[in-house]
Ligand binder design. Structure first.
Ligand SMILES: NC(=O)c1ccc[n+]([C@@H]2O[C@H](COP(=O)([O-])OP(=O)(O)OC[C@H]3O[C@@H](n4cnc5c(N)ncnc54)[C@H](OP(=O)(O)O)[C@@H]3O)[C@@H](O)[C@H]2O)c1
Length: 296
């Protein structure tokens, strides 16, 4: 399969490109700067431009673009960046995929779609939640409409918390826990739908290779746990005690709105679509995922 990947320099993109190439697929990467390697093609999402020929003969486009949701404190300008960095590239790629007769668009999305689910088990049939993140994800998913309208198979990767040795959530938590600063966040009852990076990118390859999979796909492990359980498991895996409880007001003070949108709430999301289509997880328990992540 000839696959074009956008957002390929990020946490998931880097692993996905390596996995796809290792599985015999041809990968071209869209870059927002001057191309510096034979597999790179230039594009400029705000200008709606993709280098001529970049989508010729392409079977699938994978779009992993998006400015980091937790990278900076939110204000109105930052919220606009979070929206634009998702909806604009998605619209450009969805339209281009339809125009060029690309069969498949696999687009990043997030479990934030569901809002705060409390302890309700949540599969892909659940409706959207409320709040800034839920609205953002809904808008992001709707930006794939030009592809769907053009007859392209569209899969929406509603991704949970990806556990990777190269950064992301673990890049932030590992040093804190190692310095004995690990602790439960708020009441600890919010669910954390974790998935190992190996399973996350294997799931994306699975979606690419299975034409019958379309629509929302939860990219989460089979056993979401509460923050209290996650905290204890990470402490155990690192051999560190986790005696602290970081109260909600302190998180709100440090993180602002992000605390109530993403840290003190969660999704008990389950990978119903992946399981129904026969995807096998390499790391189906949190302990296995943490051990695989921390041993590298
Ligand atoms: N990792 C997770 O736990 C997680 C969870 C839920 C959802 N997701 C979503 O899945 C996607 C991939 O996640 P990731 O962890 O690999 O993200 P990442 O490491 O932050 O990488 C995202 C990529 O998006 C591109 N990008 C950044 N700012 C952009 C902008 N302003 N306009 C257009 N493109 C921009 C960059 O790629 P280039 O420089 O190569 O263009 C960047 O490498 C993201 O959309 C993310 O929101 C991730």
């Amino acid at each position: 399969m000839r696959v074009v990947v956008a957002g390929s320099s990020g946490l998931m993109g880097t692993s996905l490109v390596a996995l796809l190439r290792g599985s015999g697929h041809e990968v071209l990467r869209l870059v927002r700067r001057r191309p510096a390697a034979p597999d790179e093609r230039r594009w400029d999402p705000p200008a709606g431009r993709i280098e001529d020929g970049a989508l010729d003969g392409v079977d699938a486009v994978v779009n992993l673009c998006g400015a980091g949701v937790g990278d900076k404190r939110w204000n109105e300008a930052r919220k606009q960046v979070l929206r634009d960095s998702r909806t604009v590239p998605t619209e450009v790629l969805a339209s281009a995929a339809a125009e060029h007769g690309v069969a498949t668009l696999v687009n990043a999305s997030a479990v934030g779609y569901y809002g705060d689910t409390g302890d309700r088990v949540t599969d892909e049939t659940a409706g959207p939640g409320t709040g800034f993140l839920a609205d953002l994800v809904r808008e992001w998913e709707l930006s794939t409409a030009p592809a769907e309208d053009g007859g392209v198979r569209v899969a929406l990767l509603r991704t949970g918390l990806v556990l990777s040795p190269s950064g992301g959530l673990m890049g932030r938590l590992r040093p804190l826990f190692s310095m004995l600063l690990g602790g439960q966040l708020g009441n600890g009852r919010q669910y954390q739908p974790w998935i190992s990076i190996d399973d996350a990118v294997a799931a994306i390859r699975f979606v690419l290779e299975h034409d019958e999979v379309a629509g929302p796909v939860n990219i989460t492990g089979p056993g979401p746990v509460t923050n209290a359980e996650f905290t204890r498991a990470l402490g155990r895996a690192l051999g560190r005690p986790t005696p602290w409880v970081i109260p909600g007001f302190a998180l709100r003070l440090v993180l602002g709105e992000f605390a109530d949108e993403a840290v003190l709430v969660g999704q008990r999301a389950v990978p119903r679509v992946l399981e129904r289509h026969g995807f096998t997880f390499a790391h189906s328990s949190l302990n296995a995922a943490l051990n695989a992540t921390l041993s590298r």
